[in-house]
Design a protein around this ligand. Structure first.
Ligand code: PLP
Length: 378
């Protein structure tokens, strides 16, 4: 039985050209980029080339790119870094309720260091409510954090509008662009002060990412160390990972392929049955590779286990802690009941997904749902 992988929003295979570019840096090239001798300079040049690529892809200056250990570290550095440098008259931080754990995880620390965190509600698709954001904006807001595309439901936020509300009040705007960087959902008009991206979502390796820090942003390092990355991220750089990220951001986006696979999957599923609910309206902007849906009465965990046995990898937004499955905070913020949120499934398609896989996946899903329903009825 062929295994089918429909969880590309969680991670996606490393591109062959990324593997090839990284290979010397896990082998014979071993210079420390801070060393002044030839091997060190070679490593520095490799990092510089990657920095150039990332700056190019994200539309920022070479010196505005800080390499990190991934999207989480980039988000945490952005939020806590500006909070540590906050002036006494700007202590409010506005965060959308549907942000990733990378952002939510900073909240207790922010409060401990004296910041006031306020939540921005989201609409039925998980996008922060602009009207509420604009009402809350005053000149004492330090930072607003809104993700570009939601990793669970795939909805895309108008981050340019959020950015302009921030600029009117001199607040920083942080955008978690982990799900959109390197795709055609990327917004070239994005002028956020801080942007986080991650290597392993775009065909690069895990454990590497980048934060862009617009010139003029007052920010302190969380890892001071030896002053690497313009004193914003101490520690000898992950040269192989950074080289891989630099190649991955240059890879042509294959959004059309993702969309084709997602559409083929949904079309086949609709042909098979009608007892499911799609979470995002067809006319709302959504990531091309995302299908987020639920089968009323069918628990997501039960269905995911059955799908896994049938060779299909998908996911739910639920976090499993201490043996109980907690419904996704994103879906609850969107107004879903807890029981509905426990039925939600995400199928996310990638560069390597094919139409045949998508159709076969929809058939296996339909069969799995039938089996669960029959078992419950008998
Ligand atoms: N932000 C979003 C929207 C994500 O989807 C993820 C990964 O799941 C992250 C941040 C964290 O990125 P990383 O896995 O590189 O730490």
């Amino acid at each position: 039985m062929d295994r089918l992988f429909f969880d590309h929003a969680a991670t996606t295979p490393v591109l062959p050209e990324v593997v090839a570019a990284m290979e010397p840096w896990v082998g014979h090239e071993f210079g420390n980029p801070s060393s002044l001798h030839a091997p060190g300079r070679t490593a520095r040049a490799a990092i510089d080339a990657a920095r150039e690529s990332v700056a190019d892809a994200l539309g920022c200056a070479f010196g505005e790119v800080v390499f990190t250990s991934g999207g989480t570290e980039a988000a945490v550095t952005a939020i806590l870094g500006v909070a540590l440098a906050a002036p006494a008259d700007r202590l409010r931080i506005l965060i959308s309720r549907a942000e990733h754990q990378a952002v939510l995880g900073t909240v207790t620390i922010l409060e401990r260091i004296g910041m006031r965190v306020e939540w921005i509600d989201v609409d039925a698709f998980g996008r922060p409510r602009l009207d509420q954001l604009e009402n809350r904006m005053e000149d004492d807001v330090l930072l607003v954090s809104t993700m570009h595309a939601n990793n669970e439901v795939g909805s895309i936020t108008d981050v340019v509008a959020v950015g302009s509300a921030c600029r009117q009040h001199g607040a920083y705007h942080f955008v978690d662009a982990v799900q959109t960087a390197g795709t055609d959902a990327w917004c070239s008009k994005l002028e956020a002060d801080l942007i986080a991206i991650s290597g392993h979502k775009i065909g690069g390796p895990k454990g590497v990412g980048a934060l862009t820090v617009r010139g003029g942003t007052t920010i302190k390092p969380l890892i001071a160390g030896g002053g690497q990355e313009r004193e914003l991220r101490g520690g000898t750089e992950n040269v192989a990972g950074i080289v891989g990220l630099g190649v991955a951001v240059r890879h042509p986006d294959l959004t059309a392929n993702r969309r084709m696979a997602r559409d083929a999957f949904l079309m086949e599923l609709r042909n098979q049955r009608s007892d499911f609910v799609e979470s995002i309206a067809a006319d709302a902007e959504q990531l091309a590779g995302h299908a987020h849906l639920r089968f009323p009465g069918v628990g997501a965990e039960t269905l995911l286990i059955r799908l896994d046995r049938a060779g299909v990898a998908a996911s739910s937004g639920s976090a499993c802690s201490s043996g109980s499955v907690e419904p996704s905070h994103v879906l609850l913020a969107m107004g879903w009941a807890r029981s509905e949120a426990k039925e939600a499934l995400r199928f996310s398609f990638g560069r390597t997904s094919t139409e045949e896989q998508a159709i076969e996946g929809a058939k296996r899903l339909s069969l799995a749902v039938d089996e669960i329903k029959h078992a419950a009825a008998s």
